[in-house]
Design a protein around this ligand. Structure first.
Ligand SMILES: [Zn+2]
Length: 383
């Protein structure tokens, strides 16, 4: 039997604003302004009371907001609570890593989170209806191309309505799609993936490849750039804007590199007929928060982001994803489990004290992840 898993796919539609009457457009603009105000108020509250959970926000603010916005359909307030909770949560996370300049989060993005009660998608007719003030519905036409056809017949979940700076309006709809993933066990071919500061290394016992990300170098470069801005730019507003801009650029730059690496890995998996992608289970590091140096935490934060992208894309391509316990994967020999020492032949090389194996530390990590995967398969079999 093939295990079924659900993945989320996002379809981006640009809203066709020609032929829309003025009244409808002003309803939509009003909705954006009001929603942004509500989300910001909720973020303010979250920040003041240090709450990140949707439930506490909803509990504390829903009633009051309902009374102050009586004609706004109530689910907008519900999604605003979820939105504010998630914005504040990631702000706290980034702040801890020193990756956010502002003292408190501001919701600048003009986006509205729509749950299934707030919009109706007619994908056959390429139209969306959105409920606005007073429970009226506004119907908008969606521009579409061949890429959108694959979403026909899929069930839409939630959506975001996004107003860009240039005035264009987008609808991003999340669809849920069931994917069949092969049942995998000890006989499956795998590719293990290890991520270090400047490279993504992947392979199995037959091959190892490296994808240079230079992530650490990029982060250092942006760090220096930001420090220059901090010391040279006097105006606080301009300084904050520049810092945010470079933060955003850094994030996008690294994300782009991650996507390239992911594509390379998936292509390779297909080429060799691998059915499983094996990665480190990073959850085991969650406990030692604060104890390790900041760089290590930033690295793990990026690592998790990479894992999420790879997992999603892998499943989309019918590959299974397994996370294994990474303990000792960098300190024990993948052949004989002897202890590894630094080699005198190079900074990156490790040497086994027992069998004499000498190998690059990244190669060792990958081979150990592969080994760990098969061990865990065997453990699962024996009762
Ligand atoms: Zn050994």
């Amino acid at each position: 039997m093939m295990p079924v898993e659900e993945i989320r796919l996002t379809a981006k539609f640009r809203v066709d604003f020609t032929d829309v009457d003025e009244a409808a457009i002003s309803e939509i603009y009003r909705l954006f302004a009001e929603y942004q105000g509500i989300v910001n108020e909720l973020i303010e509250y979250a920040h003041l009371h240090k709450v990140t959970s949707f439930i506490s926000l909803h509990h504390a603010k829903y009633r009051e907001l309902r009374q102050r916005h009586p004609t706004l359909p109530s689910h907008y307030i519900v999604t605003a609570c979820r939105y504010a909770g998630s914005v504040y949560k990631s702000f706290v996370e980034l702040k801890k890593l020193g990756m956010c300049e502002r003292e408190k989060p501001i919701f600048k993005g003009r986006a509205i989170w729509l749950d299934s009660t707030l919009f109706k998608l007619d994908i056959e007719g390429w139209r969306v209806s959105i409920i606005v003030h007073g429970g009226r519905w506004v119907t908008l036409r969606l521009l579409h191309g061949r890429y959108h056809d694959k979403f026909k017949g899929m069930k839409p979940g939630e959506a975001r309505l996004v107003l860009r700076d240039d005035g264009s309006l987008y609808l991003n709809v999340v669809f849920r799609q069931a994917v069949m993933l092969p049942e995998v066990g000890a006989d499956a071919k795998v590719i293990a993936v290890d991520v270090n500061e400047n490279a993504i290394v992947y392979g199995n016992d037959d091959f190892i490849e490296r994808f240079e990300t230079n992530e650490g170098i990029i982060r250092t470069r942006y760090f220096l750039k930001r420090r220059r801005i901090q010391s040279r730019i006097r105006g606080r507003g301009l300084r904050a804007r520049l810092l945010e801009k470079y933060k955003g650029r850094e994030r996008n730059r690294i994300k782009e590199i991650y996507y390239k690496a992911v594509k390379r890995i998936i292509d390779k998996a297909k080429e060799i007929g691998a059915a499983v992608i094996v990665m480190e289970d990073l959850e085991v590091y969650k406990e030692d928060k604060g104890s390790k140096e900041l760089n290590g935490r930033i690295h793990r934060w990026g690592y998790r982001r990479f894992q999420r992208i790879l997992e999603y894309q892998a499943k989309l391509h019918g590959l299974n994803v397994k996370y294994v316990d990474p303990a000792y994967t960098s300190s024990l020999c993948p052949v004989c489990e002897g202890e590894l020492d630094l080699s005198s032949n190079g900074r990156r090389l490790r040497k086994c004290q027992r069998c004499g194996l000498e190998e690059d530390r990244d190669v060792i990590a990958v081979k150990n992840l592969v080994k760990r995967y098969y061990e865990e398969c065997m453990d699962a079999k024996t009762p």
